[in-house]
Design a protein around this ligand. Structure first.
Ligand SMILES: Nc1ncnc2c1ncn2[C@@H]1O[C@H](COP(=O)(O)OP(=O)(O)O)[C@@H](O)[C@H]1O
Ligand SMILES: NC(=O)OP(=O)(O)O
Length: 313
């Protein structure tokens, strides 16, 4: 790897509010502090790092707050709720990074960039919601919420039922130049929170927010390509990617080429709601940049970037 390695690290919203948690401040602060220690080590050892993060559980909770207060306080649309989640989580992640660096005796600026992401208004995702947000409900609770409020729910990878919203594909990161300059100047940048605030170009050419939640793995892959990152790290709940996941003949992989990843994808080893988007995002970055992607867990990153599953050209 080059001397001044630029690493984009993407962390899932479910790592910040876990599946069995309600999303209290205390839970989020603890998860971020413990979860980020490996990332802070990467920063402390001299790498340039851009941190991106999901927001599914958090933006879902903000929407529930909006919904609960709508008779007394004017409700805000999903893009504004997404922007709120960037501020909420950006603040907690930024503070945790600053504290972690200070504890290691390292002086680095840490900034959060409110990030807009261009999407296509004709993206078919607007007609077919797929992105799970908010708490995990039982089937019965989901049916009641649908009947009462008209929300759409879907089963999320065997973990329960969650509200689903449109998730258009990210086309380009509006603040890419600022993020690249900051990161290459040694600032730690938190960007593309919640996959970024989805925007389109309106009839006058002005940016307009649209109601959706972008997948943070896809947004991170586009960002990594646009800021010329050396490596894209997608952090999730497993140390390595497997074929035959959950079956007796499961095999965890240390590495795979994009061709192998595509073959396993086509063979159905990576489900659409969980590992599928990560593999698709990693493959897109490796194909477009010629660099490598790594899929691994926060625990594994504690030991550097040597473990996990590496995807190579
Ligand atoms: N082939 C596979 N290899 C490894 N993990 C898999 C595979 N297929 C599904 N998974 C599951 O997918 C999860 C990652 O998806 P998800 O939890 O939705 O991501 P996120 O961390 O972004 O919230 C893993 O923790 C694992 O439980
Ligand atoms: N926006 C997004 O991808 O969030 P999650 O990581 O919570 O799914």
């Amino acid at each position: 790897m080059p001397e001044q390695t630029l690493i984009v690290v993407a962390i899932g919203g479910n790592a910040i509010t876990k599946e069995n948690q309600k999303g209290t401040l205390d839970e989020m602060v603890k998860n971020i502090e413990i979860g980020l220690s490996g990332v802070v080590n990467l920063i402390a050892s001299g790498n340039n790092v851009v941190l991106t993060h999901g927001n599914g559980p958090q933006v879902g909770n903000i929407l529930l707050q909006v919904e609960a207060a709508k008779e007394t306080i004017p409700p805000m649309p999903l893009d504004v709720c997404g922007a709120e989640s960037q501020g909420q989580l950006g603040y907690l992640i930024q503070r945790s990074c600053l504290n972690g660096l200070k504890q290691r005796g390292v002086k680095r600026d840490v900034v959060t960039v409110l990030t807009h992401v261009m999407v296509d208004p004709r993206d078919s995702a607007f007609l077919h919601p797929t992105k799970p947000i908010g708490p995990f409900l039982t089937k019965e609770a989901a049916e009641i919420a649908t009947a009462k409020k008209g929300f759409i729910f879907a089963e999320d990878s065997g973990r329960g039922y969650r509200r689903i919203v449109p998730s258009p594909k990210p086309i380009s990161i509006i603040e890419k130049s600022a993020i690249e300059e900051l990161a290459k100047a040694g600032k730690v940048v938190i960007a593309c929170g919640g996959g970024g605030i989805p925007v389109i170009e309106g009839p006058t050419g002005d940016l307009e927010g649209v109601e959706a939640v972008i997948d943070k793995d896809f947004a991170s892959a586009v960002l990594a390509e646009e800021i010329h990152a050396d490596i894209l790290v997608l952090v999730t709940g497993v140390d390595k990617v497997a074929i035959n996941f959950g079956k007796p003949d499961v095999r965890y992989l240390d590495k795979m080429t994009v061709a192998e990843a595509q073959l396993y994808y086509d063979q159905g080893h990576f489900p659409p709601g969980s590992m599928g988007p990560k593999i698709a995002a990693a493959v897109a970055f490796v194909r477009s940049s010629g660099n490598t992607a790594l899929i691994t867990s926060l625990e594994q990153i504690q030991h550097g970037l040597e473990g996990g599953t590496v995807i190579t050209p």
